[in-house]
Design a protein around this ligand. Structure first.
Ligand SMILES: [Fe+2]
Length: 204
């Protein structure tokens, strides 16, 4: 193939191309994520499929301009829980904002799926073995500890154990949480004393 060399004088007169926007066909927006979760959970009688919901969460790349409207920070508290959507009465979608060196107590998930995605900063997740019913003496046993970073998706249910989320980072962390079914909001959940294993019911 022969190439044509343009004279320098011609090159300098060529118009500059406009800046092209990022292709909307390849960007999976926050709005689309919420719509897809709603579509999946939109039919009564259809079992929640956590693997599918996790795949949707994984597909999204965090863009603060898309979720900032739900962002509310309160420096007097460890973290805030900000409602994004109640999805057909079958799930709650929340934006959690975590101050540095603050976190949650050890808690269960009220027999529901919890799918969580980090949107900004990082959170340390410590998973504990859930004590057997009636067995609540002694420190909780740690099963696993992981640092969850931006765009990472994590999953937990009572079948896996209890967990505590903590912001060990230097900056405010933001995470997206999907709870389905919304049992904790409807019936409450439990927090646990890490040293004694004692459970306390938290009413909705
Ligand atoms: Fe949790």
């Amino acid at each position: 193939m022969t190439s044509v060399l343009l004279p320098t004088s011609t090159l300098s007169t060529l118009p500059t191309l406009p800046t092209l926007p990022t292709s909307p066909t390849t960007t999976y927006s926050f709005h689309q994520l919420v719509q897809d979760i709603k579509a999946h959970l939109g039919n009564d009688g259809i079992e929640e499929d956590p693997a599918h919901l996790i795949s949707l969460m994984n597909r999204y790349s965090s863009d603060a301009t898309e979720w900032m409207r739900y962002f509310h920070n309160d420096l007097s508290r460890g973290y805030t829980r900000n409602s994004i959507a109640n999805i057909n009465g079958r799930a709650n979608l929340l934006l959690l904002v975590w101050n540095p060196s603050k976190g949650s107590p050890v808690h269960d998930h009220a027999n529901a799926h919890c799918i969580m995605k980090i949107l900004s900063g990082q959170l340390t997740e410590t998973v504990f073995q859930a004590p057997e019913a009636g067995e609540s003496k002694g420190p909780l046993q740690i099963k696993q500890e992981s640092v969850r970073r931006v765009n990472e998706t994590a999953y937990i249910s009572d079948d896996i154990g209890l967990h505590r989320m903590w912001n060990n980072g230097q900056e405010v962390a933001v995470s997206l949480h999907l709870y389905t079914p919304p049992n904790a909001a409807d019936y409450g959940f439990h927090i646990f004393d890490e040293e004694t294993g004692q459970a306390s019911h938290i009413k909705p």
